[in-house]
Design a protein around this ligand. Structure first.
Ligand SMILES: Nc1ncnc2c1ncn2[C@@H]1O[C@H](COP(=O)(O)OP(=O)(O)OP(=O)(O)O)[C@@H](O)[C@H]1O
Length: 368
């Protein structure tokens, strides 16, 4: 059996004559993994969930579940449950009845309902809360009731639409651990929607980064952080310094008036590129040792590091995360390793990016 559970083939969603909210989107979801759809407000994340759940229809393209086309399968016949942002719990029912609701509709026997609800509540650490009213539960507990209500139906996929956004920061972080752990224990596929990049990096096996109805890049958190394919992804995932430049040789790149050694990524001489250097990869040093010379504009103490904003002579801003202080007005050097320079080709598609990196890692990109 293939490990693929959901597949989108060239799916487009358009309302009336408005521009498409999803534009020929294709992807595959594997069984048992934690996926995150990440992107700014309005990029189409919820629309993807609604298409999987069957709450809306695709304008074009095909959606497969376990290898079968499901475009015309109604929502209640799909092996999918959704946890909504506002939890959508029934305020007039207690915890037990909220979780039991779907099972009662399916007309399961009472003793079976008792057993399944008990199991689901124990999965989310809510044993003993059966008779509590929803209004007597905290935000985090309501969240867990909503998850119990989804897992009690034993779906193959759980869709979670910004389920943590109503929680305060501390509880949100706790719930991130809990959800991740729960997904591992259950072994069910989770598809989680968020616009919070830190949440996506912390929780996911795979992330799909979306913008304006298109998947910009998909991959593991580390792949996406270390190898963003374009300016949008680099900017959206973590903080970045991004400048324009051009390739000199396959392992030498020119920007802000200097030439710097970089990792060979199969790019061609003279090719215009964008360069990303993460703030934590810049080291404050003397003017002599520094590869870049900059003037410090401001610094903020962020607890674990200082966030220092500097400018080079061309007016580019360089953000540095450092445990060392640097006072505003001082001229300093910035040092970085060749591996810290990430070079992006302008306007490259994800498929071309993957092919280029595959060729590079297979060793047939360029001879050095
Ligand atoms: N029923 C509808 N009719 C018309 N346009 C819609 C409808 N539903 C959604 N849209 C539009 O589709 C686009 C994508 O919406 P979607 O809810 O998928 O975005 P999102 O990425 O989940 O955003 P958010 O993070 O704000 O929830 C938005 O521009 C939205 O206005």
């Amino acid at each position: 059996m293939t490990n693929e559970i959901i597949q989108f083939k060239n799916v487009t969603k358009q309302y009336d004559d408005d521009p498409a909210v999803l534009d020929h989107v294709s992807f595959e979801i594997e069984r048992g993994k934690f996926y995150t759809l990440l992107g700014p407000s309005g990029c189409g994340k919820t629309t993807i969930l609604r298409l999987i759940a069957g709450f809306t229809e695709a304008s074009e393209g095909e959606i497969y579940f376990n290898g079968k086309k499901i475009n015309d399968v109604p929502a209640n016949k799909r092996q999918v449950n959704t946890v909504f942002q506002d939890y959508a719990l029934f305020p007039h029912l207690n915890v037990f009845e909220n979780v039991a609701f779907g099972l009662r509709i399916k007309k399961l026997k009472n003793n079976e309902i008792q057993k399944k609800v008990k199991e689901a509540l124990s999965f989310v650490n809510l044993e003993g809360y059966e008779t509590r009213e929803i209004r007597e539960m905290s935000g985090g507990q309501r969240q867990r009731v909503a998850i119990a209500r989804a897992i009690v139906n034993e779906p193959e996929v759980i869709l979670l639409d910004e389920p943590l956004s109503a929680l305060d920061l501390k509880l949100r972080t706790e719930m991130q651990y809990e959800l991740r752990e729960l997904q591992r224990r259950l072994g069910i596929t989770f598809i989680f929607v968020t616009h919070d990049q830190e949440e996506a990096l912390a929780m996911s096996d795979e992330i799909f980064v979306l913008n304006q109805g298109k998947i910009q890049q998909s991959g593991t958190p580390i792949d996406i952080y270390d190898e963003p394919i374009n300016r949008f992804v680099a900017d959206f995932i973590g903080e970045s310094n991004i400048v324009e430049g051009k390739m000199i040789k396959d392992y030498l790149v020119e920007f802000v008036g200097g030439q710097f050694e970089c990792v060979d990524r199969g790019l061609n001489p003279n090719e215009p590129v964008e360069i990303v250097i993460r703030p934590e990869d810049l080291e404050i040093t003397t003017l002599e040792r520094g590869k870049l010379k900059v003037r410090v504009d401001s610094q903020l103490f962020r607890g674990v590091h200082y966030e220092i904003s500097c400018y080079d002579k061309d007016g580019n801003e360089w953000l540095v995360h450092s445990t060392k202080k640097a006072d505003a007005g001082n001229e300093i050097g910035l040092y970085f390793d060749p591996e810290a320079i990430h070079v992006m080709r302008f306007g490259e598609s994800e498929a071309d990016f993957d092919r280029r990196l595959e060729a590079y890692t297979a060793g047939d990109a360029h001879e050095q």
